[in-house]
Design a protein around this ligand. Structure first.
Ligand SMILES: *Cc1c(COP(=O)(O)O)cnc(C)c1O
Length: 354
């Protein structure tokens, strides 16, 4: 190791899902939305004045913040936006988790949390999910440096009810509790309704999944005005212009087309419920997902082998080589036609491998 390398900030980075791009592939590996964003996005982007690109964008991301504030019926001082919720979450870790005490998140969860904690040198502990992959409330009723919980959890898809979440938030008034609601639109109930009662609560959501804008990179946090001010202070100490002009236009347009949003969600939910029945019929089991993916295992088929076989057939799903979940596949919900093709493949595969 070179002498200078001693002082490098070393991290083991997060591994994003593969992004291969072949015309006939079925891509069910990163929980993207199978449907395009609202046609309003196309219109808004066509109307963007590209001459204005010579100027810096609005550092407050005002139009987007206001659109979100109006949509959720909160003050614009309660909304923070960032380059995907990954940016919002990273900024939140940096801003709020500085006590030196370990922060808490589950052993099986979004695999970016431990990466940010390592990057920022935040100590952490990971209470194990119970044997049904549920988050145990009692594990979070203790002294800690903060809490981050995805709801629904990833990659299990399980949603925790608000009473149990509230118990955790209420028991931890001295630290910030972040609820990562990347998948909340697909069936759970948001913790946003708890905001008036708890100033230590920060709710984070994204445009990447339910709003079909993963490629635009837009995420947001909603919380108490003081929390949002602290987040903005950190942001302005790092990069004032996080939201580019095109993202501002696209994001604002997508929020304003609620009809399309609700229709698309319903289609995905219907496809998910139908896929659950089909998987069940083929002998798979899975936690009862409220998200846009299903975390499935089969008693007779190795998940790793099935993952490879699917890939050979140009069907991409996600496999995690990790303790407790290394015999599961996370399958994103695609269109009905894509799921039919997946089921056809599985039917054949499971039949041959019994
Ligand atoms: C996808 C995802 C995110 C981040 O998505 P962005 O594209 O950065 O908004 C955050 N948390 C969880 C649990 C996710 O699955």
């Amino acid at each position: 190791m070179a002498a200078w390398e001693k002082n490098v900030r070393k991290v083991i980075p997060y591994t994003p899902g593969e992004q291969p791009n072949r015309s006939n592939m079925i891509k069910l590996n990163t929980n993207e939305n199978p449907y395009p964003p609202s046609p309003e996005v196309t219109k808004a982007l066509q109307e963007v004045d590209t001459d204005s690109f010579r100027k810096y964008p609005d550092p407050t991301a005002g139009v987007l913040v206001q659109a979100l504030a109006d949509y959720y019926n909160v003050s614009n001082h309660q909304v923070f936006v960032g380059v995907g919720s990954d940016d919002v979450l990273a900024m939140s870790f940096l801003t709020f988790f500085n006590s030196g005490k370990p922060i808490l998140f589950p052993d099986i969860t979004y695999s970016f949390y431990d990466v940010w904690a390592d990057l920022f040198r935040i100590p952490y502990e990971c209470p194990p999910l119970d044997e049904d992959f549920k988050i145990r409330t009692k594990d979070y009723l203790r002294e800690c440096g903060g809490i981050v919980l995805p709801n629904p959890n990833a990659p299990t898809g399980l949603w925790k009810n608000l009473e149990e979440l509230e118990e955790i938030i209420a028991a931890n008034p001295e630290v910030i509790v972040i609820i990562d609601e990347a998948y909340i639109d697909f069936g759970g109930t948001s913790a946003l309704s708890l905001l008036p009662k708890y100033e230590n609560l920060l709710v984070v959501q994204t445009f990447s999944k339910s709003r079909s804008l993963a490629g635009m990179r837009i995420g947001y946090a909603i919380g108490n005005e003081r929390l949002i001010k602290y987040l903005n202070d950190a942001k302005y100490s790092f990069n004032s212009y996080t939201m580019n002009a095109a993202a501002l236009a696209a994001g604002t347009a997508v929020i304003q087309d609620d009809t399309y949003f609700k229709e698309t969600l319903q289609k995905i939910i219907n496809t998910r419920e139908r896929t659950k029945k089909e998987l069940c019929r083929l002998g798979f089991s899975f936690p009862d997902s409220k998200s846009n993916f299903i975390f499935a295992t089969h008693p007779k088929c190795s998940a790793e082998k099935l993952f490879e076989a699917l890939k050979q057939a140009d069907i991409y799903v996600r496999y995690f080589h990790k303790p407790r979940i290394d015999n599961y596949l996370r399958i994103s919900i695609g269109t009905d036609a894509q799921m039919d093709e997946l089921i056809r493949f599985l039917e054949h595969y499971v039949g041959e491998n019994l």
